[in-house]
Design a protein around this ligand. Structure first.
Ligand code: HEC
Length: 104
């Protein structure tokens, strides 16, 4: 095999290995997308407006309380998500809600 072909092969394999690396890490959690799928049919405008459920932006709850509310829900008002969402997803949603602007 000509020398340049070997060099090309080496470059090609090295970049393929590098390209494969990110797939080993878990995909990043998109809290806004999670919110749209699980919460948006009750909480309006990604949490920024009241709909069937109250506006979440500016909640007086702590991040810990928000996390507990997502997991446990509120009887007769809101379903609990402990069995639907992973702990990481609940964390991401709680952080997302606490990051929303408090003023309307
Ligand atoms: C079936 C409709 C429904 C869905 C779906 C829903 N909620 Fe709720 N949520 C409510 C209602 C109704 C309340 C108000 C209940 C109350 O009086 O505390 C509420 C209250 C809350 C509160 C408390 C706000 C505060 O300041 O008191 C948080 C936080 C919350 N929801 C987050 C979420 C998140 C995050 C999701 C998605 C994972 C979600 N909710 C999905 C209906 C829903």
């Amino acid at each position: 095999m000509p020398r340049f072909a070997i060099v090309l092969l080496a470059i090609c394999c090295a970049s393929a290995a590098a390209a494969g690396e990110p797939q080993d890490a878990p995909p990043p959690i998109n809290a806004k997308k999670l919110f749209a799928r699980h919460c948006g049919w009750c909480h309006g405008a990604y949490g920024l407006a009241a709909d069937k459920a109250p506006r979440l932006a500016g909640t007086t709850m702590t991040e810990e309380q928000v996390r507990a509310r997502i997991e446990d829900g509120a009887p007769g008002e809101m379903p609990g998500f402990a069995n639907t969402l992973s702990a990481e997803q609940v964390d991401a949603l709680a952080r997302y809600i606490k990051s929303l602007p408090a003023a309307p």
